[in-house]
Design a binder for this molecule. Structure first.
Ligand code: B12
Ligand code: SF4
Ligand code: SF4
Length: 443
């Protein structure tokens, strides 16, 4: 599958681009890069704003396979055409903002994956769930440990935009995006030359590995494009070049594809993610989690880092410099599950309101905490969990009662059965009743 522009198609689009780029714009680009470095953003590149032609095929194939998540823009044409997102756009400035950091005050500084808490390269699914006080803990993915990256990267893009406005030789139009725009951030990052694709679909940078957020600015300025990343990890290698091997890219490695807990990454189809069974998506979606996914969730409360944690390319990468991404406490990294389950709405806003994990609301995180309790395997943790799961059976929200039923069926033993039978007699929600019956069957 070939993704981006090549041959005659490329020539046609390039011919439509403005013929000459003013030398003052060349200066502006290099001044912008200097400014970006001065504010700590080292990975920055520029691409033209012509359509991403072959991305169209990739997105349509993804739709046909049922791999698109409801979080994505449905209009494929719009996703591939910067000119429709910002009429008159000529260039796109792409940045990568590193976010790997230590796991909180007192924790060792981040020094590549080997330093991540609870990470065991031989057994990525065996996560630290226990607190020294014996209270079970869940896990938040590293992308949500500190301040919400939409806000942090957004403010960096604002600084770059202000710089362009102040230094451009003519009035300039600008629009910036991080994550929530219609365009495909990874495709832009690749074409702007700031990184390559791993088989897990992540964009990797040489300095920070894949632990980077991506953002971009569309502008009507005609800035000189940088060269797209070529060779391994590029969807469009130069003639005769192979994808495998080389300094960058994955070569023969397929560790992440085999480590993915759900099969969202398929060893037979590198560079493709089935978003609907990716745990990152499942931990964010509202409502009932498919039963076959609940054990696979392990202790994940928000997001999934497995396909990045296992990656040898992330082993010796530099930490993020930004304080904003540092967690304030251990609870931001590995929350106490009982605290999560007893949180009021206002406490939830206080703890998660400024992080990326807060956007789906309290119920989603609490549902995931209930599932995590059902995944405990140690006797002490289970003893602590059973009373709270029993209390959850009386929660006013059916989604919490239904998942508590599943967890009690999994870890509750004889006590759990008694609680489930009792609840069944008083339950009037059909979906919860169905969960109780299934839980009694499995217990
Ligand atoms: C929807 C979405 C999700 C969905 C779907 C993910 C997906 N892989 O599509 C879900 C909820 C599952 C998700 C999960 C995550 N996401 Co997300 N997500 C997005 C979003 C909004 C759109 C992604 C998209 O358009 N997918 C469409 C498909 C086609 O793209 P793709 O999977 O990347 O596929 C590429 C490859 O297939 C490649 N390709 C195709 N053929 C070939 C052939 C060869 C040879 C090669 C080399 C490449 C190649 O081209 C495709 C287009 O880029 C973007 C933000 C944005 N607006 O772009 C963030 C974004 C991709 N997410 C991001 C992050 C951080 C994550 C998580 C790590 C979060 C977490 N810890 O839980 C996980 C990673 C999961 C994964 N393996 O991708 C970052 C990625 C940063 C990076 N370094 O790459 C982004 C860019 C947000 C941001 N601005 O920083 N996400
Ligand atoms: S984020 Fe987790 S579930 Fe999603 S593709 Fe990566 S390893 Fe698989
Ligand atoms: S784990 Fe291996 S295959 Fe996966 S992204 Fe890293 S280098 Fe590539």
């Amino acid at each position: 599958m070939n993704l981006f522009l090549a041959g005659a198609e490329a020539e046609r689009v390039i011919a439509e681009l403005p013929a000459a780029r003013d030398s003052s714009f060349k200066d502006l680009k290099s001044k912008l890069k200097d400014f970006s470095r001065s504010i700590g953003i080292e990975v920055i590149g520029v691409t033209h704003a012509s359509p991403f032609m072959r991305l169209d095929d990739v997105l349509r194939e993804r739709d046909r396979d049922g791999y698109r998540s409801p979080f994505e823009e449905r209009d494929v044409g719009l996703r591939c055409d910067p000119g429709r997102v910002m009429p008159g756009a000529r260039s796109i400035i792409a940045i990568a903002v590193p976010y790997a950091t230590s796991a909180g005050p007192g924790a060792a500084p981040f020094a590549g994956n080997a330093g991540k808490p609870g990470f065991d390269a031989q057994n990525p699914e065996q996560e630290t769930s226990q607190d020294p006080r014996g209270r079970p803990r869940g896990r938040i993915s590293m992308s949500s440990w500190g301040r919400d990256y939409h806000v942090v990267v957004g403010s960096i893009l604002q600084q770059l935009s202000d710089f362009l406005t102040q230094n451009s030789p003519r009035p300039v139009r600008l629009a910036s995006f991080v994550d929530t725009g219609q365009l495909v951030d990874r495709a832009i990052a690749w074409r702007a030359g700031i990184g390559w694709y791993g088989k897990n679909c992540s964009i990797f940078t040489r300095k920070y590995g894949s632990w980077v957020f991506l953002g971009e600015i569309l502008t009507d300025l005609e800035l000189e494009p940088d060269t797209p990343w070529a060779g391994a990890g590029s969807p469009e290698p130069a003639a005769g070049e192979r994808y495998e091997g080389g300094e960058d890219g994955c070569g023969d490695c397929d560790i992440c594809l085999r480590a993915c807990p759900t099969g969202a990454l398929d060893p037979r189809r590198p560079y493709v993610t089935n978003a609907n069974i990716c745990l990152s998506y499942i931990t964010q979606v509202r409502g009932f989690v498919p039963r076959d996914m609940r054990t696979k969730m392990g202790f994940r409360l928000y997001g999934c880092d497995t396909c990045q944690e296992v990656c040898p390319r992330n082993e010796r990468v530099a930490p993020a410099g930004l304080d904003a991404f540092r967690p304030r406490s251990r609870d931001d990294v590995a929350p106490d599950l009982l605290d999560v389950l007893t949180m009021s709405n206002s406490r939830f806003k206080e703890v998660y309101g400024l992080t990326a994990a807060g956007w789906r609301g309290r119920t989603v995180l609490q549902r995931n905490a209930v599932i995590a309790l059902g995944n405990l395997r140690d006797d002490h943790g289970i003893d602590v969990a059973i009373p709270i799961l029993k209390a959850c059976l009386d929660d006013p929200r059916p989604v919490i009662r239904g998942h508590a039923a599943w967890s009690l069926g999994t870890v509750g033993g004889t006590r759990g059965r008694r609680y489930l039978e009792d609840r069944y007699r008083r339950e009037d929600d059909a979906r919860v009743k169905e969960e109780i019956v299934a839980a009694l069957d499995q217990s």
